[in-house]
Design a protein around this ligand. Sequence first.
Ligand SMILES: [Zn+2]
Length: 174
Amino acid sequence: MEARVKNYMFDAVKELINENAENMGICDCAVCRADIAAIVLNKLGVSFYVAQDKYNKKELSDIKKDNEQKIMERIGQANAIVSQKPRHDSNNETPTLKNYMEDCAVKIISKMIIEKNVEGAKFDDIIADALNRLPVKYVVSRKGELYSKIGTIETQFNVDIISAGVAAIEEATK
Ligand SMILES: [Zn+2]
């Protein structure tokens, strides 16, 4: 089963970076912007929701509005860090900005849900709830870079992922 969950904070941060890039002197290239987004996202809490079939614009704009001041401050701080040592990309290749915790937790918690025979309709809700209980680990990867992070996260956060899964399953089945 494929989980359909979405961290709305991700879109809020990306949109605010793009909307304010010019004012804030943020570099045009995709790598600098992804690096800034990763720093900001790792410091913010998450807001995972079950992704609607139709993209939920209202939810996103609420999250953006509620967190705008905090996000803008963090974008400023992250830009100061990134612009000190930019990793500009001249090939204009789009880097991948990924929450490794999400990949890892979805894999482990999906198995737990199936083992517990929880009703299929609750699958996405449980995954979203569990992810909201876990820290995020956004990482920027460029083409050719090895994805060794996921194994590290799995080992390091295995206990946290399982307890988040247990708590979310309990919540959904009580
Ligand atoms: Zn750049």
